[in-house]
Design a protein. Sequence first.
Length: 115
Amino acid sequence: QVQLVESGGGLVQSGGSLMLSCAASGNIFSINTMAWYRQAPGKQRELVAGITSGGTPNYADSVKGRFTISRDNAKNTMYLQMNSLKPEDSAVYYCNANIRYQYYWGQGTQVTVSS
């Protein structure tokens, strides 16, 4: 069994910062691509940022220059540093990981940005 557990969400004012973490545990040999997605009420889940096992990141245009994705392969953990947060960043943020060609999801963590 593989588990992904997100943490670090919360309520922050516009312009503030948060760091999300996603820790993977269980029957893991190695993790391929990891990613953060988000889903706001009434909207589809969207890709925020992804990172390869080698550390190459990619970002949605809406977060470029404000968010930074990283990972620590020794700890099976991924991070998302979110700066200059905007109310439109409010959503449930989900961790996704490709492990042995299967995709796993975390339970999500709420991020709310007040104006």
